[in-house]
Ligand binder design. Sequence first.
Ligand code: ADP
Ligand code: MG
Length: 322
Amino acid sequence: KSVIGHLRSSSILSDLPQAVEELICNSLDAGAKNVCVEIDLPSFSIKVEDDGSGVTRDDLKMIGERHATSKLHDMVDLESGISTLGFRGEALSSLSDVGIVEIITRVRGSPNTFKKIIKCSKKLSLGLFGEQRAPGTTVVLRDLFYNLPVRRKMIQTSPRKVLQGVRDRAVRLALIHPDVSFKLLNVDRLESLLCTKSCSSSLDRLCEFFGKHLHHELSDLYFVKNPWKVDGFISKENSRCSSKAVQFLYLNGRFVHKTPVHKLINDLFQNRRNSHELENLLGCSFSLATAKQVYPMYLINLHCPLSTYDITFEATKTAVEF
Ligand code: ADP
Ligand code: MG
């Protein structure tokens, strides 16, 4: 059984940045307003601390066992749609197959802090934690990939790439959660990789991460055609980028990539399609760039009925079919 678990989990959790992302998503699902992440590559450990809902002692008993989730109760929930970032109850149990998971948590209003340690989807210990913490949850993942030497080697040979991967994932979550403050620290070098206070809009976050000039290079995008809604920011006529670095598409707040919509927007901006199509799509007029190798910058959130798309193709949940 543990071999099966190990094989499954190693395909679900392909790398360290993905592990970090799963933990941050859990904090966001718990309504956290402050998320603090510490990465310690030499000791293969990750710590994510939040001020979210915390976990009750009863829920804590279940958590970390395969498919234990508090976010999905029956098939009706799955059919009517998934609005939280997590829903499969797979992250913590998978993480515990490739490392040791420690959860320290306190629910608001409770005098007690609890700690649970999980390995191979099984409880190693659960009990009161000696120190009192503020309401919220800290998840520590230790000894990541202790049983996957090649993945460890990949981390050791290109630590910068790994840290960049973690940062990229934190950035795309931070952009769509502007009200949440994020800190990301590389413990090994005591280096801050990301530190952003809560702000009022995704545009402020974009400017913080990619430069103040975006304020006048992007215009608002807002378009409703019931039950669909599109909102966000997109390049004005003459502002383009030579790379796809500032292209962020979300589906009901979940980051997605390589969808037909990405291609559509690029094609439209590169004048490969009729401009009427773009006008119809966005509900406003645009003059199109003629140069081929320029890309529009955008941050777009598509609000779609949950029944109109499926994101459960890949474990990472970034591929989508409409
Ligand atoms: P999922 O997110 O798909 O439900 P996970 O394995 O990621 O599955 O988490 C399992 C459960 O643990 C969640 O449903 C949630 O109840 C609880 N949990 C995990 N992390 C946190 C957190 N930071 N704050 C509160 N609850 C959490
Ligand atoms: Mg989760």
